[in-house]
Design a protein around this ligand. Structure first.
Ligand SMILES: Nc1ncnc2c1ncn2[C@@H]1O[C@H](COP(=O)(O)OP(=O)(O)OP(=O)(O)O)[C@@H](O)[C@H]1O
Length: 297
């Protein structure tokens, strides 16, 4: 469990993060969402002691980050996927292991865990952004932490990479781990996050389960497909409630983007997708627009 209390940081006259309070539960994926400039990176940097807060604090199972005995073994973080371009992936991980006082043998293990074993001896300078993201995640995993903090980790990943990352993080949480992952795309996070922390203009707007947010905004998607049986089974496996009506399926509490992605991932044909009410993305825009107006007054 991570407890963030009253976290505040000002740059000049601008309050980048304003009295932010929320919890991140173990065994769940928590999405951290807000538009560009909302204060996500500043909050995450403060959570791991890279930026000093003006006030407020963050505790990991009751302990301040700077008081953790082995920070790399408790909290793995990816705030930036930059790597020395001249180093090979394996050497980068061995060097990071040495700094974090983790056995060098972990380097090969984590490379395999993120699917980069065949690129072990390639220089990071030749890596695509997606590969650098995987390498950064591997570095975060070196200490076998129970908590992961990731800032926009799907930037630069191709659709396969995004699906892999989603599954990896869901499995990590299912094993009891704590995952806190940021994105400016709520539709992407709502596909695999259990909880959402929504911010705008440096302020907390909502901290609750994805179900509560989608339920409150009463979103439903109407789908026409030649494979209704397969799609109903698939959506049910994701925990969605599906009603069949004539030739249509009605999926409650989600968005068109989510349904189309799930169908696409499994090769199910969809002829038409209609959203019956305002999308979650629109709700987020409304919430954050109000906060932006606050911030500029
Ligand atoms: N080192 C800094 N010096 C001055 N201002 C900063 C600094 N870091 C962040 N800010 C400002 O604080 C605000 C929040 O920025 P932050 O990077 O935390 O937002 P974000 O939600 O992560 O956005 P993005 O996704 O664009 O990175 C912005 O107005 C930004 O310009």
């Amino acid at each position: 469990m991570i407890t963030v209390s009253g976290l505040t940081r000002q740059y000049g006259k601008r309050l980048a993060v304003d009295d932010m309070t929320f919890d991140v539960a173990a065994g769940r994926v928590t999405g951290f969402v807000g538009p560009n400039g909302a204060g996500k990176s500043t909050t995450m940097r403060m959570m791991v002691g890279l930026t000093r807060p003006d006030s407020g604090e963050v505790r990991y199972h009751g302990v301040h980050y700077q008081d953790l005995k082995w920070p790399a073994r408790s909290v793995g973080c990816v705030l930036d996927a930059r790597v020395h371009p001249g180093r090979t992936a394996l050497n980068h991980l061995r060097a990071t292991a040495a700094i974090s006082r983790v056995p060098a043998g972990r380097a090969e293990q984590v490379l395999a865990e993120v699917g980069l074993e065949t690129a072990a001896n390639q220089r990071a300078g030749q890596f695509s952004l997606g590969m650098r993201q995987r390498l950064a995640l591997a570095a975060a995993l070196l200490g076998d932490p129970q908590i992961l903090l990731l800032d926009e980790p799907s930037n630069g990943l191709d659709p396969d990479g995004i699906r892999w990352l989603r599954n990896y993080l869901s499995d990590f949480a299912a094993r009891g781990g704590t995952v806190f992952v940021s994105s400016h795309l709520i539709s992407e996070l709502s596909m695999f996050a259990d909880d959402l922390v929504v911010i705008g203009g440096g302020r907390l707007l909502a901290a609750e389960s994805v179900e509560a947010i989608t339920g409150r905004h009463d979103v439903a998607v109407i789908v026409e497909t030649p494979q209704p049986v397969e799609l109903v089974a698939l959506l049910a496996a994701y925990g969605f409630v599906v009603e069949a009506a004539a030739d249509w399926l009605i999926v409650r509490g989600t968005t068109r983007t989510v349904v189309s992605q799930i169908a696409f991932d499994s090769g199910i044909r969809v002829l038409e997708l209609t959203e019956t009410s305002r999308s979650l993305e629109d709700s987020l825009l409304d919430m954050t627009r109000t906060s932006a107006e606050f911030a500029s007054t």
